[in-house]
Design a protein around this ligand. Structure first.
Ligand SMILES: O=C(O)c1cc(=O)[nH]c(=O)n1[C@@H]1O[C@H](COP(=O)(O)O)[C@@H](O)[C@H]1O
Length: 227
């Protein structure tokens, strides 16, 4: 299965649809996030889903258990491929999310955002670094029955060693030489896949390219995927 999910981070539904059409022959899924969902909601998701690829709705829910459960029930009619919540919402929130999320949608817990490094965590009172915090949050998510986690490519191998059937959704993916932007814990697509990623979330290296289809095709080729 093609692990590439393209992050269509735009508030312009026509642009998102056009990007989806351009890349769909080279990728395994499309990710819609807050920028898109705030502007277009469920109707926008349905329009992009009509392109025929699985949809990862990246809403990173983080609230009290009752609110997160209600949000997931409201999303159920969209028949999403994946949806995410923040593991930092705690055990009761994760349990409520699990109970509310359809079994056909993979429920994924965000651990430590890939835009954060050890210094950022230190400033928040987490003194032992990103990898240790990811390990703790992943254990919480697993204990509550979630399907997997979002983490950086650097943590995947360690997590996978103890959670063989977990889904490891990995942003912070950059082809060699690509602009890192606001990401701090990054790796190339091939290295991330070899580390054990199940899904590679890639946005700007594809959507910001002059030719998004060619950029997606080149990444797929770097992964050894036939076109
Ligand atoms: O949950 C996510 O998808 C996510 C988690 C995370 O820790 N870091 C992260 O970058 N993301 C998302 O992954 C995408 C990465 O986009 P690019 O940095 O443009 O490749 C964005 O849509 C982010 O919202």
């Amino acid at each position: 299965m093609n692990p590439i999910h393209v992050a269509l981070d735009t508030p312009d539904v026509d642009r998102a649809e056009a990007l989806g059409r351009m890349v769909r022959g080279h990728v395994g899924g499309l990710k819609l996030g807050l920028e898109f969902f705030m502007a277009h909601g469920a109707a926008g998701v349905r329009r992009i889903a009509a392109l025929g690829l699985p949809i990862f709705l990246d809403v990173k829910l983080h609230d009290i258990p009752n609110t997160v459960a209600g949000a997931l029930r409201a999303l159920a009619p969209l028949e999403l491929g994946l949806v995410n919540v923040h593991a930092g919402g705690g055990a009761a929130m994760l349990a409520a999310a699990r109970a509310a999320c359809p079994a056909t949608t993979k429920l994924i817990a965000v651990t430590v955002l890939t835009s954060l490094d050890d210094d950022d965590l230190g400033a928040m009172g987490v003194g032992d670094g990103a990898a240790a915090q990811v390990t703790r949050l992943a254990a919480l998510a697993r204990a509550e029955g979630l399907d997997g986690v979002v983490c950086s490519p650097h943590e995947v191998a360690g997590l996978k060693a103890g959670w063989a059937d977990g889904a490891f959704v990995v942003p912070g993916v950059r082809p060699a030489g690509a602009d890192v932007g606001d990401q701090k814990r990054v790796m190339t697509p091939r290295a991330a896949l070899e580390a054990g990623a199940s899904v590679l979330v890639i946005g700007r290296p594809i959507t910001g390219a002059v030719d998004p289809a060619a950029a997606a095709a080149a990444i797929a080729e770097s992964l050894g995927l036939g076109l």
